[in-house]
Each structure stands twice: as C-alpha cells, then as structure tokens.
Design a protein around this ligand. Structure first.
Ligand code: BEZ
Length: 387
C-alpha cells in the first residue's frame, strides 16, 4: 500500500513537472546557433565573442549555473534552419538558444521557440516579425528591428534636403524591411523613392545595378548590406565612380566590422546605428578594452549585441535562480530592467525589443565616429505583436 502511494505521488510529480525540469546544480546548456561560414561568418564570431566575454566577467556562470555551450553553424541558410534548431532542442536538450544573424533563419527559429516554449535570445537578426506577429513571452532581442536603423536614416536623409532617392539591397526580409523603415520616415519628411533595386542574398554582382543608379541620377542612395557583401558593395560603388557624385547612406551595418577591408572607399560615408566607435563613455571604454585584450580584435556592433544578449539572459536568470522553466518571471525581470550596454543603457519594449538611441555616424580615419543622434529612444512599433 505504502509503495503504491509513493508511486502515485511520484507519477503525479512527474506529470506536473515543467518540460526540461532542471536537476539542482546542473549546467545551463546554451545553444549558439550562428553563422560560422559565408558572408556573415565574422558577424557570428563577434556575437559569440561578446556573449562569452560577459559570461567570463560573471565568473563563468549565469543565474548561478555554470555554462555548457553547444554550437551549430547555421550557414545563414533559412532552408536548414528548422532542422538545426530542432537538433539543439530535441537532441542536445539546450535550455536556451542564442541566435542568429540572418532574418530568414531567425524567423524559423522563432517559430520553433514559440511552439516549444524554449528561451530564445536574438543577438542580431532584425526580422520585424520576430518581435511582431511572432512575439512571445520566451523570445527576446538584444539588437534592433530592421525597421529601426532604416527609419532613423530616413529621417536624416529627409532633413539633409534630399528629395529623390534610389534604394538598393538584398531581396530578403532584412533588406526589404530596412528599405520599408527608411521609406516610412523619408516620405514623411517630404522625400520620394524613385526606384527600389535589389539582388538575391548573398549575391554580390552589383555592376548592372550600379549602372542603373548612374543613369537614374538620384539625389542620394540608401542601402542595406552587411558583412562580406557590404565590403564589396562599398568598394564597387567607389570603383563605378559614384562616390563623391551621388551620396551613399546606409543602415550602419554597411560600415560596421568592415572598415579595415573597405579602406579609403568607406571614408566619409554616413550611416545610422545603435553603436559607434567613439562613444568614449566609461562603460564602452571598459568593454572595448576587455574585448581587445581577450580577442586581440576591436569590437563592433555584433560583439555588443552578443554581450548584451548574455546580460539580458543574466537579468532573467538571476531573478529565478537559474530556473529556465519560469518563463513569466524571466520575462517580467527583463521587461523592467535597464540594460547597462556599451552602446548606452537601454530598456526593452513590451514586444521585447530594445528601445535605444540611433547614432548618426560618419567614417572618419577608419572609424565609425558618432556625429550626433539620428533618432532618440526609437521604439519599434511591434506591429502585430499580441502577448
Ligand atoms: C538580418 O538578416 O537581419 C541582418 C543581417 C546582418 C546585419 C543586420 C541584419
């Protein structure tokens, strides 16, 4: 009789145990799903560096738990994304996923995270839908929505008095949404977009499109490219003789983490982003010194976003003593936190996206120098998010 009661009690406990119940003192399994190959490989590397730097600064623990990393190269390939994220959740039993760079891959990740309730920290991909219609209690972003830098630059280009603009980007969510954000602000400011040009991701055959820009003769060009593609675009723009003739503006990814390779061809370019090289605040200086010492590299926006993904996760996990099953408490803690970021402190909006300043930056002597604020405390509208 006694045995039967015990067995019933044990079965009842199991039935009500949350999915992935955690053994006390067990390691926190973090799945890093980032690109290690392709045009965004350097971005993935910087995110991983930034994330690990913050964890190291916390003595190797988050929420009181030691960390074990499991890594997957997502190749910035949306077709492989669902399988990759399912492997991390079902085969490797991770407690939290950190990823990724590419918007198309991130949307597939967000769907699985939402369906399974797995914690997801997005350290770059700006897909508006992730914190829009796909938003969820267990999904957070430490970076931006594609709308945000596009919108900030649209305001700037309109204020500079440009009237007719051509846009050029990769044809996928990030490019389309960046251009859409730009247009929203630029048209509000009285500007007109003459033509939207694009090529498939991650193509770099820009020649025919640059010839078309030359013949359209706009007042200015707005662009979204990042990583290896951004390096090639800036160089090709100059080689086509357009630099100095038709001003080129971009979401800041155009010149972030790319300046060494772009050299003189990037000098003078204006971009908008939530980070810059010359903020010269005690917080940013300490971060840049620690990053440079650890990795023998200068940090960029991707490193900051990785670092802040770890900070946001720490805020949530510290509130629940590392118990990742307590999703509502984790979300409540992150929503009321002020994240002490190297970019400047930020909060997250109701849809779990940073509310942050966008700097207007100009490339001066190989640095993205902040020359002002393009848009103050810019909030993503979180269109379609119901939580
Ligand atoms: C994106 O796909 O969302 C993205 C990729 C690189 C830089 C910024 C955004």
């Amino acid at each position: 009789m006694k045995t039967t009661l015990l067995a019933v009690a044990a079965a009842a406990t199991l039935a009500f145990a949350p999915a992935h119940a955690q053994a006390p003192g067990s390691k926190l399994k973090v799945g890093l799903m980032l690109p290690a190959t392709g045009t965004f490989a350097a971005l993935g590397n910087a995110i991983e560096n930034g994330f690990k730097l913050y964890v190291t600064e916390q003595g190797g623990k988050l929420g009181g738990r030691d960390i074990e990393y499991v890594k997957v190269d997502d190749e910035s390939d949306p077709a492989k994304a669902t399988d990759n994220v399912n492997k991390l959740i079902k085969r490797d039993n991770v407690d939290v996923i950190v990823g990724t760079v590419h918007s198309g891959v991130a949307m597939a990740m967000a769907k699985v995270a939402k369906d399974t309730g797995t914690l997801l920290m997005v350290p770059n991909a700006g897909a508006d839908a992730v914190t829009g219609p796909m938003c969820a209690q267990n999904i957070f972003r430490s970076s931006f929505t594609n709308y945000q830098p596009g919108y900030a630059m649209g305001e700037v280009v309109a204020k500079k008095g440009h009237k007719n603009v051509v846009t050029i980007t990769w044809k996928y969510a990030a490019g389309d949404e960046s251009v859409k954000g730009f247009k929203e602000a630029f048209e509000k400011g009285g500007g007109k977009v003459l033509k939207d040009l694009s090529l498939p991701f991650p193509g770099v055959e820009f020649q025919a499109l640059l010839t078309e820009i030359a013949s359209l003769k706009p007042d200015a060009v707005y662009t979204f490219f990042a990583g290896g593609g951004a390096v090639k675009f800036v160089k090709d723009y100059a080689a086509a003789g357009l630099k100095g003739k038709i001003p080129l503006y971009g979401a800041g990814f155009l010149t972030d983490g790319t300046l060494e390779a772009q050299g003189a061809d990037a000098e003078g370019l204006f971009t908008a982003l939530h980070y810059a090289d010359s903020l010269n605040t005690p917080r940013d200086n300490a971060f840049r010194l620690a990053y440079a010492k650890t990795y023998k590299l200068q940090p960029d926006v991707y490193a900051v976003q990785g670092y802040d993904a770890a900070q946001m996760l720490a805020v949530g996990l510290n509130a629940v003593k590392g118990d990742t099953t307590k999703k509502a408490e984790i979300a409540a803690a992150i929503r009321k936190a002020k994240i002490d970021s190297p970019r400047g402190a930020f909060t997250v909006s109701a849809n779990h996206n940073p509310v942050q300043d966008f700097y207007l930056r100009q490339v001066v002597k190989g640095e993205n120098k902040s020359v002002g604020i393009a848009s103050k405390a810019l909030v993503d509208p979180g269109r379609g998010c119901k939580m």
